[in-house]
Design a protein around this ligand. Structure first.
Ligand SMILES: *Cc1c(COP(=O)(O)O)cnc(C)c1O
Length: 426
């Protein structure tokens, strides 16, 4: 595979853009090699600057559930653009998209749109703190909620983990209000509740940022009860799992109601969008109805709203696609698993709707420590061998993979066949 142009473009980019990328995972640091520069996408495939074609399992990290260049999304974007790209004032389409989202979550009353998942979770936490009147929050190891200060936290020392900054530039004074619990471990949550004045718990109910690790139903039920009992607001971060794990995200699978839910990725149809929604008594505390401040120049941008609306409408009109996506994801993972087994390689996997995650581990991970026990070097090898053969998987073992509606059964078969070859070098 010739990647001369990508390499040249990367060298150029590095002279002007920090690390040559605008988001760190794109730099391929954890798998080695240099990033591929893309020129065009079509359906399930993407073509790079050297003309190589790949089957895309990243799909812009989740948004493109309908594949690249979906005609309905494209048309609605073009129509929106022809009327103007931004007004910084209300437009009818914001309400249309709001209605479509809230209709899927009857227990949520009001929504606000922002421009990224990071903004959605950051704002949701501000609302939760404002409403509960308590500063401490609980987050789970291995869950990612964007890059705002109080969420860039790693485990501190001591029996109960008040967080410490996981990045320079984050004041320890900010992260001392973030307590870290273990995913799927209710006892660790109870310990956090005892250690602090907890006003808010944020969790990915289907964690997609430590590969794919879903929360157990029983664990989430107990978490819901603990929050209610302690007067803490429960935030489900469904920026990734919303409209991906099922049409209604985790709610469609587990049926648990959070107090605030955050969205992003699919809800923008490939344009920059985030959102957070909650019960009326909570959301009414947000400005201009209430005193908690939050704002955005491009929030509810009409072009982004148009892309999101087209995407969501299509998903709602074709609910059966989730069964098809799930079957394809399951077929892919079961295919990989049986090949790995034959080769004597440890392999575990999870599938939820159009999301899949696999681990070179001897047991199926339940939390972040389990995930970290996996063989990262083997993943790096897997990544580069599959890439060479035209299969674009995430350049990190800690990411979820995605199936889109444009992927055919024969695409899945081809991927399994490639893995059969690749497994020999693992
Ligand atoms: C991607 C992601 C975010 C951050 O969204 P950005 O749009 O990248 O800021 C937050 N939470 C979860 C669960 C995500 O997967």
């Amino acid at each position: 595979m010739n990647t001369t142009n990508s390499q040249k473009l990367f060298a150029d980019a590095q002279q002007y853009i920090v690390g040559g990328v605008n988001s760190p995972v794109r730099a391929f640091k954890s798998v080695g090699g240099t990033p591929i520069f893309f020129k065009k996408g079509e359906g399930a495939y993407i073509t790079d600057e050297d003309g190589n074609k790949y089957l895309d399992f990243i799909q812009s990290w989740g948004p493109l559930i309908l594949g690249h260049c979906d005609k309905d999304i494209q048309n609605s974007i073009c129509e929106a653009v022809s009327n103007g790209t931004s007004f910084g004032a209300p437009t009818a389409i914001e309400t249309e998209l709001a209605k479509e989202v809230l209709e899927l979550f009857p227990y949520l009353d009001k929504i606000r749109f922002v421009s990224s998942g990071t903004e959605a979770t950051m704002s949701a936490i501000r609302v939760a703190r404002g409403v509960s009147g308590k500063d401490d929050i609980i987050k789970f190891k291995g869950c990612y909620h964007g890059h705002s200060d109080s969420l860039l936290v790693s485990a501190g020392s001591g029996a109960v983990t008040f967080g410490s900054p996981s990045s320079p530039g984050v004041p320890a004074d900010f992260t001392k209000h973030t307590l870290l619990a273990d995913y799927n471990d209710i006892e660790s949550v109870k310990a956090c509740f005892e250690a602090g004045e907890v006003g808010c718990v944020i969790i990915e109910p289907i964690a997609g940022n430590m590969s794919l690790v879903p929360a157990d139903l029983e664990f989430l039920k107990e978490l819901r009860e603990l929050c209610t009992k302690n007067g803490a607001i429960l935030i489900f971060d469904e920026v990734m799992s919303g409209f991906r794990a099922s049409l209604k995200g985790s709610y469609g699978i587990l049926g648990i109601e959070a107090d605030i839910v955050t969205f992003g990725k699919v809800i923008g149809g490939g344009m920059p969008v985030g959102a957070f929604a909650g019960k009326a008594e909570i959301m009414s505390q947000l400005s201009p109805e209430g005193p908690i401040y939050q704002a955005g120049t491009l929030s509810g941008n009409p072009v982004a709203m148009a892309a999101g609306l087209a995407s969501l409408k299509k998903l709602k009109e074709n609910k059966e696609i989730y069964t098809e996506l799930n079957t394809k994801a399951e077929t892919l993972m079961a295919g990989f698993a049986s090949i790995a087994k034959e080769a004597g390689i440890d392999f575990q996997y999870n599938v939820r709707g159009s999301m899949f995650g696999f681990f070179f581990n001897s047991k199926l991970p339940k939390n972040f420590d389990d995930v970290c026990a996996g063989d990262e070097e083997r993943y790096a090898k897997f990544h580069s061998e599959m890439l060479k053969r035209g299969f674009y998987f995430a350049p990190s073992a800690y990411e979820t993979g995605f199936i889109c509606t444009a992927m055919s059964s024969s695409d899945i078969e081809k991927t399994i066949e490639a893995f059969e070859e690749v497994v020999k070098s693992l």
